[in-house]
Design a protein around this ligand. Structure first.
Ligand code: PMP
Length: 429
């Protein structure tokens, strides 16, 4: 594959953008790459780079594009809406419709506030939990990523894990001294923190299915256990459903696992591929948010008309019968194909999948937490990534991320991914 134009653009980008990218994990450094591909266009399940190479896209912009790229209905509504103006910094009717769809999808949400990113959603959720409980401390889990908020940039997954950075420079200790870290899928590590700080913890924030250390599903009793512990201590449970919301079920992890959050964070899918985020909760919690209450949070572009129109249309399409069955079937096809490709050559691979999100770990044993995740063979993943890429399959350029399948993918395409994976496993045998 020729990447001449991507390499040229990368050189140009390096002089004006740090690392040449606007988000670190895009850089391909996590898989030993010296430049990323630059994207020209995308349609359905495919993307094309600036050198004209076509790839089957398993990144899906890191989750938002559950309908695939440039879905005709989404493009149409964005075009129509844009003709009437792109931002007013004032209320529009569609914001009520999107908020209503979110409230209908999540029984734990009575009211919702739209923001511009997942980072803003989790930042606001933490502030709200602290305002509501009048407590300071929060618990997060190693390997979970909640955006680049100061207080949450501690032992985080995603780009930080990829770069081997435990926490970010530039975050003073004073901003993380109230952040406690527990181990994902280990309730005893949470209980231990409550024994030390029984009345000081405002919130537990968790990815109900971890997606930012690769996919790690919650153990059987994990989410129920967190719910119980939070209730026992007057602590709020924040479920960060930025990835899982409308992805692993229409009502997210809360529907799939039958659990209620106190505060829910959303993003990605609810913007239909445009920048958006949201946080919602029951009425008595949300009434703390300004202008009703004393917890301040605002945004010039919040509830942006284009993002709201695209998100609303996306949710309406997702409501069609059979949507989540189809995503489940497609996910299962990819899981089976990858596993059978690996088994044929006796390569130790564990595939973790929840619906249409999936990670293959080069690890012989079940991967149920951070320790196993970091024990997987990331160098082999890097080789796998480049092998797939060279043969037209675009996967996450990091071993600590999820693949995302969309409704635009087909069984046949995912079977072909399995065939290409097979050629890799044969090569390394
Ligand atoms: N929470 C989770 C679970 C995420 O996966 C992400 C981003 N991948 C965020 C929050 C932050 O969202 P954003 O990148 O839109 O700020």
């Amino acid at each position: 594959m020729n990447h001449k134009e991507s390499m040229r653009l990368h050189q140009e980008a390096l002089s004006v953008i740090p690392g040449g990218v606007n988000s670190p994990v895009r850089s391909f450094r996590g898989v030993g790459g010296s430049y990323p591909i630059f994207i020209q266009k995308a349609e359905g399940s495919n993307i094309w780079d600036v050198d004209g190479n076509k790839y089957l896209d398993l990144v899906g912009s890191w989750g938002p594009l559950i309908l695939g790229h440039a879905h005709p209905q989404i493009i149409k509504i964005i075009e129509e809406t844009a003709r009437g103006g792109t931002s007013f910094g004032a209320s529009t009717e569609r914001e009520i419709h999107l908020a209503s769809l979110i409230v209908d999808a999540f029984p734990s949400i009575d009211m919702v506030r739209l923001v511009n990113s997942g980072t803003e959603a989790t930042m606001s959720a933490i502030r709200l939990a602290r305002a509501y409980t009048k407590r300071k401390k929060i618990i997060k889990f190693t390997g979970c990523y909640h955006g680049h908020n100061d207080a949450l940039l501690v032992e985080a997954g995603s780009g930080l894990a990829t770069a081997g950075i435990p926490s970010s420079a530039g975050v003073p200790e004073s901003l993380t001294q109230d952040t406690l870290v527990a181990e994902y899928n280990h309730l005893s590590s949470v209980e231990g923190l409550f024994e030390i700080y029984p009345k000081e913890i405002a919130a537990i924030i968790v990815e109900p299915v971890a997606g930012n250390m690769g996919v790690v599903p919650p153990a059987n009793d994990f989410l129920d256990g967190l719910r119980r512990i939070a209730d026992d201590h007057g602590t709020l449970l924040i479920l960060d459903e930025v990835i899982t919301g409308f992805r692993i079920a229409y009502g997210g992890a809360q529907e799939r696992y039958g659990i209620d959050a106190d505060i829910t964070c959303l993003g990605k899918i609810i913007g239909g591929g445009l920048p958006v985020g949201a946080y919602g909760a029951r009425r008595d919690i949300m009434e703390h948010v300004a202008p009703l209450g004393p917890m301040y949070q605002a945004g010039t572009l919040s509830g942006n008309p284009l993002a709201v129109a695209a998100g609303l249309e996306t949710l309406k399409i997702l409501q069609q019968p059979g949507t989540y069955d189809k995503l489940e079937e497609l996910g299962l096809t990819l899981e089976r194909e990858l596993l059978s490709a690996a088994q044929e050559s006796n390569t130790p691979v564990t595939v973790n999948r929840v619906g249409s999100m999936l990670t293959s770990f080069f690890h012989p044993d079940p991967v149920s937490g951070w320790k196993a995740v970091t024990g997987s063979d990331t160098q082999l993943y890097a080789r796998f990534f480049h092998h797939m890429m060279e043969r037209g399959v675009y996967m996450a350029p990091s071993a600590f991320e999820s693949a995302f399948i969309s409704l635009a993918h087909t069984d046949q395409q995912l079977t072909e991914v399995g065939q290409i994976a097979k050629s890799f496993f044969q090569e390394i045998r």
